[in-house]
Design a protein. Structure first.
Lengths: 166, 166
């Protein structure tokens, strides 16, 4: 089981975008440079985040990305589902129904016990991700910061933040 | 995020092997036929389950697979980790340390807040899988069975179970 790199990049980008001032945006290129990742690859994820209503895209030469909601209203689950899609990790292919002697159809009116147990685990995973917001992450970050993390963020914003027309 | 097909096949195989009588084994070919899957693909997973101490391999022309432990001592987590490997789904590539202006090293003595939150969710997922054993799955199956599932299993065992030398 593996989550794509896009999840890590997307969560970090949403966290960085939380630091924008009112009316400010960041370009995909600036976000990619800050994180040392490829712009074209990152763009795909930023578009997925926009599609899911997590980011807002401001078009034009002074455009870029900003949050579409408050950091406390964006959970890690929102970001994971936006980037990875909503399909559960366990995909039941109903192998009970294959083979030369499949079970009669009356047994397939509900998911098999194995699929049900795997989905219970996925619900626990999603509930935990849903309980952590970007605001929670930022509060934990700030509690661990002796000033260096904030200073790095400020220096970056000063250099790259664009004031988009609203 | 996606689990491979091997997880579904492996859990079903372990459940079927729970129905063997003492000293009995099933060949990989019989398990593959029962589930309508490729023998060569299934063999890879059966070997992983043996490697993890979940199955026992009896060599020879009358050989095959049987459980290495009781069904109540095999959890869904044991099977998932045997087949998919132990690495967590979220793999932190420490993008905080990339880019032209990485944070100083003193911030990297513990996992970042994002990696920590993602791993909390993975722990919840694993705890749920660890709490369900193959014996639990079989008890649920049996509660839903009006006789048809047991009859199918018995007919299969009658045809394919081998009595291996112990």
């Amino acid at each position: 089981m593996k989550l794509g790199d896009g999840v890590e990049q997307s969560i970090h980008c949403v966290a960085v975008l939380s630091g924008l001032s009112a009316g400010g945006v960041l370009s995909a290129a600036a976000l990619a440079e800050f994180h040392g990742v490829s712009t074209s690859y990152l763009l795909k994820h930023l578009q997925a985040l926009s599609g899911a209503g997590i980011l807002e895209t401001v078009p034009g030469p002074k455009g870029g990305y900003r949050l579409a909601k408050k950091p406390e209203d964006i959970s890690l689950l929102d970001i994971v589902l936006a980037v990875e899609g909503p399909t559960p990790a366990f995909r039941c292919s109903e192998i009970r129904q294959r083979g030369p002697n499949p079970l009669p159809q009356r047994y397939f009116t509900k998911p098999c016990q194995i699929a049900a147990a795997m989905l219970r685990a996925e619900r626990a995973y999603r509930a935990e991700l849903a309980s952590t917001s970007i605001a929670d992450i930022l509060a934990e970050l700030s509690a661990d910061d002796d000033g260096g993390i904030a200073a790095r963020g400020c220096a970056f914003m000063e250099m790259h933040e664009r004031k988009a027309a609203r």
